[in-house]
Write a protein that binds this ligand. Sequence first.
Ligand code: KMH
Ligand code: ZN
Length: 270
Amino acid sequence: MVPLIITAAGVGAELTKKDTPYLPANPQEIINEAITISKMGVQIFHLHVRDGNEKPTLDPKIVGEVIAEIKNKTDLILQISTGGDVKDSFESRLSTLAQPISMASLTLGSINFGKNVFLNPLPLIEELAKTMKQKQIKPELEIFDVSMMDTFYTLVKKELLIPPYHFNIILGGPGWLAATRENLEFILSQLPKNSSWSGSGIGRFQDTMIDLALEKGAHVRTGLEDNIYLKKGVLAKGNQELVQKVLEKAKKLGRKLASQEETKKILGLY
Ligand code: KMH
Ligand code: ZN
């Protein structure tokens, strides 16, 4: 069986310490969280950065400092978020690709996000994909809905993506595609052969998607960005508790963790 890759989405851009006091919400806390989960065997850190006031930021200086420190202290593969915050400009989202990172998220369509819209018009998606290709940054293709697979094939036709493709199928948010086996299998039926994918879900559907992904021998994404509860009514005391839960599930299934070298090979990192 393919060894398991865990992506940790440690903070995101939406939550605050009012939602959970365990959110790493300033540069030092994000760096510390990265170090902790790296020691547990997590291979990829999906990175959103906060400033000293706990506000999401794409300021290249602050983002650059956090990246430098995480690279200095861990061997994590850094996957910068090009989604940012729903209010971020397209220009600032594109600016994240100037950072020295080997992966970046690439969402393949627009979707309702809380009371806002996470806007991803085709020209932006194409510009992001083109820049990633030029800079040899591996896109993680974020699939919130089956319609986003249509955009994937548009990018393939335009030769903006380099195989093998890596997807993150993220279901179960309000107004998104529901996190069901049927919906996941419908999406999977449209993935090119030899693609890799991880399963992730929002709130209580994080467990649903992780279980389905593990059952299918795929990879997983966990972390406080997607879900702040360890179980019903009990907050996770940091990303490490969510990672620990994945490690226990993997152990039960006899699934071993991928090394960083294996991870790079599986994902076809440049
Ligand atoms: N914060 C959301 C608007 C990504 O990181 O690429 C976008 C998001 C997806 O979190
Ligand atoms: Zn994100």
